[in-house]
Design a protein. Sequence first.
Length: 96
Amino acid sequence: MDLLTLEHFAGCLNETFLADMQGMEAAFVLVEVKSLQGSLQGSHRAPFSLLFHNGSPVLFPQQTYRLRHPALGELGIFLVPVAQNRDGFVYQAVFN
């Protein structure tokens, strides 16, 4: 796949991305796709942010996860836990 852009994810809002977590599947639902201000000189894409929700009571550490999506295929995305709610945890990926 080419360089990932906001447009790749915009049509996937509220859809599930699956990650293999040591033999168990974890569902990350894309809950926000947001453009970020500014870009680095010479950058090949406009910066953007993704927020994913995972309903597990287990906090997954920040790391690169292999997420699978029916339309986008398998992607390595670095996720950082940024919030907790009563339904699980929210993870952010920033592309710049």
